[in-house]
Design a protein around this ligand. Structure first.
Ligand code: PLP
Length: 406
């Protein structure tokens, strides 16, 4: 079934506003997505009816809030097809999930001289935590490169694997190039050599159907706010066998079983990694976002967004002088580009004045931007509430920028 875009748009109150006397066109979805009214209501309903600290009270509200929180965990487990709710840890977001694994897995398993493999297309959140832990442990960070069209260079990636490789950490979808990495194939290859794989799914879950069991990944990390849910909430999926062995990342209430003056024992999974009062409102909002995505259907979302992408690529190409970064087949719905030699900030500022929100700069992926030897790009990233008409407005704006700088 195809999506009813005008019905969908009416669920997103923020989209109906005008800016600079023009209808807002929001193409900064890779930075954060807008929230449907269902998500906004889930948060306010929680505070109006159920607010309470969870897991530790015997009274009515506490039990009700705890049940809703754990039901949300079950629904999110089902959404990504994780085998068990023990493997679904709530975090602040993808960055915290990635930091958790780098710090905790690194503490337990990395020795001097060991190696971690990542790629040149990573967001800083899946790069810097590994850089830091490698530095601390005397391990070596190896970085796989890309092909000219923005595909991961698999031959290069596989050539970096050695008997010292302890983990491969890579993104599912590049936030700059839109490249969808063949993670299932990479995971199968790595597992043959006994190497676990972490997938940064921050740009994956909002565009693709994610099945962590089918992928076989050891870890999968994502943020609520990039999938139509609230900010400040995210998920770490981790295989039980790793999470059991990994030491706690943070400590405090909730993550302990027994505390004496001499010693502390830790709570069972996933609570071992959920120190302190969790973001219950965030979990309620994320639960509503997951339901929203499931109701639309990830395959329908992907098909519609792909049409938007094709329209953007052809209309921007027709202008002439637009250089794209990331042209891998099957890429996700974003375009990163430069218009001649116009600085991306200048282009972005003018495009903004035409009511269109695009992102400019290095997109928190400086090693990749350095690889291209450019100051940054203009990035327009699309969501299922965007329209063909909005894409045409973007092409007009880009043509206007080109004329202004002639
Ligand atoms: N990984 C990728 C690929 C991203 O695009 C982002 C954010 O843009 C992150 C990680 C970090 O996500 P967050 O800032 O929500 O923690």
């Amino acid at each position: 079934m195809s999506l009813n875009i005008s019905d969908i748009r009416s669920d997103f109150p923020i989209l109906s506003q005008t800016i600079y006397k023009r209808p807002l066109i929001y193409f900064d979805n890779a930075a954060t997505t807008q929230k449907p009214i269902q998500v906004i209501r889930a948060i306010s309903d929680y505070y109006e009816h159920d607010n309470c600290n969870i897991h530790r009270g015997v009274h009515y509200l506490s039990v009700k809030a705890t049940e809703a929180f754990e039901e949300a965990r079950r629904e999110i487990r089902e959404f990504i097809n994780a085998p068990s709710t023990h493997e679904v840890v709530f975090t602040k977001g993808a960055s915290e999930s990635l930091n958790l694994v780098a710090a905790s897995f690194g503490k337990k398993f990395l020795l001097p001289g060991d190696e971690v493999i990542t790629t040149i297309m990573e967001h800083h959140s899946n790069f810097v935590p590994w850089q830091l832990i490698c530095e601390e442990k005397g391990a070596v960070l190896r970085v796989a490169t890309i092909l000219p069209d923005g595909e991961l260079d698999l031959e290069n990636l596989y050539s970096l694997i050695s008997e010292r490789t302890k983990i491969i950490a890579l993104t599912h979808v590049s936030n700059v190039l839109g490249t969808v990495n063949p993670i299932k194939e990479i995971i199968a290859y790595a597992h043959k050599q006994g190497i676990p794989v972490l997938v940064d799914g921050a740009q994956g879950v909002s565009h693709l159907k994610v099945d962590v069991t089918d992928l076989g990944c050891d870890f999968y990390c994502f943020s609520g706010h990039k999938m139509y849910g609230p900010m400040g909430i995210g998920v770490l999926y981790g295989k039980e066998k790793w999470l059991e062995e990994m030491p706690p990342y943070q400590s405090g209430g909730e993550m302990v079983k027994d505390v004496t003056i001499e010693k502390t024992t830790f709570n069972e999974l996933p609570f071992k990694f959920e120190a302190g009062t969790p973001n219950v409102e965030g979990v309620m909002g994320l639960r509503a976002a997951v339901k929203y995505l499931k109701d639309l259907g990830m395959d329908e979302i992907r098909a519609y967004e792909d049409k938007l992408l094709q329209r953007a690529v052809s209309s921007l190409s027709a202008i002439g002088g637009v250089r794209f970064f990331g042209e891998a087949p099957g890429k996700a719905s974003l375009v990163s580009f430069l218009i001649g030699d116009i600085h991306p900030f200048d282009a972005g500022t003018i495009i903004d004045k035409m009511g269109i929100a695009v992102r400019t700069g290095h997109h928190c992926a400086q090693p990749l931007i350095d690889h291209f030897g450019i100051p940054g790009t203009v990035r327009a990233s699309f969501a299922f509430y965007n329209t063909a008409d909005e894409i045409d407005r973007l092409a007009e704006a880009v043509a206007r920028v080109k004329t202004m700088f002639k």
